[in-house]
Design a protein around this ligand. Structure first.
Ligand SMILES: Nc1nc2c(c(=O)[nH]1)N[C@H]1C(S)=C(S)[C@@H](COP(=O)(O)O)O[C@H]1N2
Ligand SMILES: [Mo]
Length: 160
């Protein structure tokens, strides 16, 4: 396999850290697949796998309480409570049978089904991390670069 196949690393407080490629995610059984995320995010197309199915592969330790989503590409991170999101989130990896385009936040994009408005809650739209390349399971809150107020949020959106 080529060296530059893009992969998502899932590690931290897990029994079995893993690296997931487009092909690996495509091969998840149908009960772990989420077809057409625009059903709950009208402006965001694509297909994904459930966070639950992804975590089943790595087996989080009981001490893992937060999920820290890292995007190396733009040095963005969000850290959210695991229990609150485990059955509410999708890892989007595909559009029209192809890897998810970077213009939409690919190759991997995290998506919470019913996020709160930006900077109003831990599970807000800002936590829908684009270009996510590492999901780290942590004990307590990890790195989080999300904006804290509307001025910071505006500034971030000038660049993205
Ligand atoms: N990597 C990365 N992910 C990110 C951001 C970012 O700046 N970088 N912005 C967040 C914020 S503040 C919002 S509101 C949403 C915007 O998603 P959209 O571009 O699909 O509308 O992405 C979130 N994910
Ligand atoms: Mo946001």
């Amino acid at each position: 396999m080529s060296q530059n196949v893009r992969r998502l690393r899932v590690d931290g407080l897990v029994a079995q850290p893993g690296d997931f490629t487009f092909d690996a995610l495509s091969a998840f059984p149908e009960d772990g697949q989420v077809r057409d995320v625009s059903r709950f995010h009208p402006k965001r197309p694509g297909d994904g796998v459930t966070l639950r199915a992804l975590l089943d592969r790595v087996r989080p330790e009981p001490s893992a309480t937060y999920l820290t989503l890292h995007a190396t590409k733009d040095n963005f991170a969000a850290s959210i409570p695991l229990a609150a999101v485990v059955d509410e989130a999708v890892l989007v990896y595909q559009l029209n049978g192809e890897p998810y385009p970077e213009a939409k936040g690919g190759p991997f994009r995290f998506l919470i089904k019913n996020p709160a408005a930006c900077h109003t809650d831990e599970l807000d739209d800002c936590a829908n991390v684009k270009f996510v390349d590492r999901i780290e399971l942590t004990s307590g809150k990890g790195r989080d670069t999300r904006p804290h107020d509307e001025a910071q949020h505006e500034a971030l959106h000038q660049h993205s």
